[in-house]
Structure formats: structure tokens, C-alpha cells
Ligand binder design. Structure first.
Ligand code: UDP
Ligand code: MG
Length: 329
């Protein structure tokens, strides 16, 4: 019988955990798979550890990973995925914003052959400005990322074992899990849903944590912001050369612009030329440094170079441990 692992990161979720567990357990009764329910307690300061212990006392499918402090949602998800043993691994929030019934639908798609089924938020609750920011963020990320990035998809998903192995092979520190999941490739399918509001308690994602997540997403999957410096450098340097040429012409031909001739202010020409030239050169130099920094950045992530789904014509029937290749790890 196949094993389904469900990873649930929790941070100060004592209010919502009993309701989450009840709804989850009811849903799991309908599934044919064996189940492990992995709660990653991300340094909760409320009664969450006790509530989890209590759940484990009555249900041995419940497994607990306690962090020594709050490491953040993405790290908690990564740790949960690392500990999961399932043939299929699901990731969901504890606050019932990711409905268990929807997880069942995603597992069904996995059974039908999908390697990743990710939930796409058709609509979501909450303040208008926050929703607008989420929408904008996913569109910016998609346009900057070096690969196909789905819109409005969070971490709520199920993944086949082979995708989990790819995620585990990625040694990078700053983990934008939904991006890494897309990076892995294989057969990825979307399943839309209307994201409800949190069942109880307050959001555990402070504004600063959200900004951090967004910047991890963009910085981890795009060198476009860095490249933009080079482009700006080349643009300003070109502009400065054009203006130096123009000021030289002005100087030699001495025509009047808005009633002014070049000899009205002595030394003006020299100053303008110096400022423009130095400014342009500095940006250009920054851009070149940026290009090298971009290379260092890409190398330092040590991601596998490729991920192989299958091969044919080699001696071994199935390539296994070498599926993620081309890294010097
Ligand atoms: N979470 C976590 N560590 C954190 C913040 C949040 O493990 O530092 C968990 C939280 O308990 C929940 C999930 O991540 O299960 C999503 O957080 P939340 O619902 O507060 O975020 P929102 O849905 O408001 O964006
Ligand atoms: Mg939530």
C-alpha cells in the first residue's frame, strides 16, 4: 500500500489545530493510502507542542518535528519534506485555508499520474491591498524568473517521491519552496480553488516575513535585477558620451540655447563632461561587478544542473541516485 505524507508547518496554532486535525482525520478515512501526518512545530511559544503531543497520543500517524526556535515557514516546510517517507508528499497550512477536501482531489490527480499537483488560488480573502500585492508579486516573479513560474500558486501541493528527491538534492539555504518545486519539472498540474479565510487565530506571517518571502522568491530565481544595473550603466554611459559630444559642438559653434551661450559660465563645460563621464563609467563598472556577482550567485546555489525523468538504452534499468546530475556536491 502506498504511503501518503502530509507536511504541516505550525507556528503558534493552538486555537486552530484541533479543528484542523478533526477535518483532516475525517478526510483521511476516505483515502486508500496509509498516512503519516508530519507536524513541524516552528518554535511555537503557545501550547502548540502540548496539543501536538496530545494528538500523537491518540493517533500514531501523527509525527512531530520540534524546531529549537522559529526558523520560518519555508524552512519548516523544507524540514517536513526532508523527514517525509511517503510515495506522495503533501504540504498544507494548519489554519484550514488549504482545505483537506481539496488535498483529497490533488491526491487523486497524483494517482492518475501527475508528479506535482499544486493549488492555484482563484480567489482569496483578506484586505484589498494585500490581495493586490499578492497578485502583483506573482506577476512580477513570473516575468523575472528564468523559468516557467505558475501564477497565484502557494505551497499547498502534493508531490511524487521523485520530485521530493529533487527538492532534497537542492542544498541551498534560502528556500522558496514553491519556486524549487516548479524548478524540479516533471508533470505538473494545477488545481484551482477559492482560498477561504483562516479558521481561527491570527496570521503568523508578519509583514516583514512576507517581504522576506517575496524577495527570496525574486532573488532566488532571477538575476534580472542585477543585470538591470549593467543595462542602466550602458544607457547612462551612452547618454553621457552623446551629451559630451553635444557640449563640444555647442562650445565650438557657440550657438545660443534659451538665450545662453557656452562662454557665459566659465568651466561649466569641463564640469558637465567630467560628471557625466565619471557617472557613466561608475555605473558601467558596477554593472560589470554585478555580472560577476551574478555568476558567483548562480554557482553558489549548487543546484543540480539537470533532472532526468527517465532514460532508455543504458545498462541499468532505472537510473536512480543519479537522477539529479551535474553538480560538484
Ligand atoms: N508558519 C510557520 N512559521 C512561521 C509562520 C507561519 O510555520 O514563521 C505556519 C503557520 O502556522 C501556518 C502556515 O505557516 O500553518 C501559514 O501561515 P499563516 O496562515 O499565518 O500565513 P497566511 O496564510 O496568513 O499567509
Ligand atoms: Mg494562513
Amino acid at each position: 500500500m502506498k504511503l501518503l505524507s502530509i507536511v504541516v508547518p505550525v507556528f503558534n496554532e493552538q486555537e486552530v489545530l484541533p479543528a484542523f486535525y478533526a477535518e483532516m482525520a475525517a478526510m483521511l478515512r476516505e483515502l486508500p493510502e496509509r498516512v503519516e501526518l508530519i507536524f513541524v512545530n516552528d518554535g511555537s511559544r503557545d501550547r502548540t507542542p502540548e496539543v501536538l503531543k496530545e494528538l500523537r497520543r491518540t493517533d500514531e500517524r501523527v509525527k512531530i518535528v520540534n524546531f529549537s526556535r522559529n526558523f520560518g515557514h519555508q524552512t519548516a516546510v523544507s524540514a517536513g519534506i526532508h523527514h517525509a517517507r511517503g510515495d506522495c508528499v503533501g504540504v498544507m497550512d494548519a489554519d484550514l485555508q488549504d482545505p483537506p477536501a481539496h488535498l483529497a482531489a490533488m491526491v487523486a490527480k497524483w494517482r492518475a499520474g501527475a508528479d506535482v499537483v499544486y493549488a492555484v488560488r482563484r480567489t482569496r480573502q483578506g484586505a484589498l491591498w494585500k490581495r493586490a500585492c499578492y497578485r502583483l508579486f506573482y506577476r512580477i516573479l513570473r516575468s523575472l524568473a528564468a523559468m516557467e513560474m505558475p501564477l497565484d500558486a502557494g505551497d499547498f501541493c502534493v508531490m511524487d517521491r521523485r520530485v521530493v528527491e529533487v527538492l532534497r538534492a537542492m542544498p541551498e539555504q534560502s528556500r522558496f519552496v514553491r519556486g524549487l518545486r516548479s524548478w524540479a519539472g516533471f508533470r505538473q498540474e494545477a488545481l484551482e480553488y477559492d482560498r477561504p479565510d483562516r479558521a481561527s487565530g491570527e496570521t503568523k506571517y508578519s509583514l516583514s516575513k512576507l517581504v522576506r518571502l517575496a524577495s527570496d522568491g525574486i532573488l532566488g530565481f532571477s538575476v534580472v535585477p542585477l543585470r538591470a544595473i549593467s543595462v542602466a550603466g550602458i544607457a547612462v554611459a551612452s547618454l553621457s558620451f552623446a551629451m559630451i559630444g553635444f557640449y563640444l559642438l555647442w562650445h565650438f559653434f557657440g550657438f545660443r540655447i534659451l538665450g545662453h551661450a557656452p562662454q557665459d559660465v566659465v568651466g561649466f563645460l569641463t564640469l558637465v563632461c567630467l560628471i557625466l563621464f565619471l557617472g557613466g563609467m561608475q555605473l558601467l563598472a558596477l554593472g560589470i561587478i554585478g555580472e560577476y556577482l551574478g555568476q558567483v550567485f548562480l554557482e553558489s546555489k549548487r543546484r543540480p544542473l539537470w533532472v532526468i525523468a527517465s532514460t532508455a538504452g543504458f545498462d541499468e534499468p532505472e537510473p536512480n541516485r543519479d537522477d539529479c546530475g551535474g553538480t560538484t556536491r
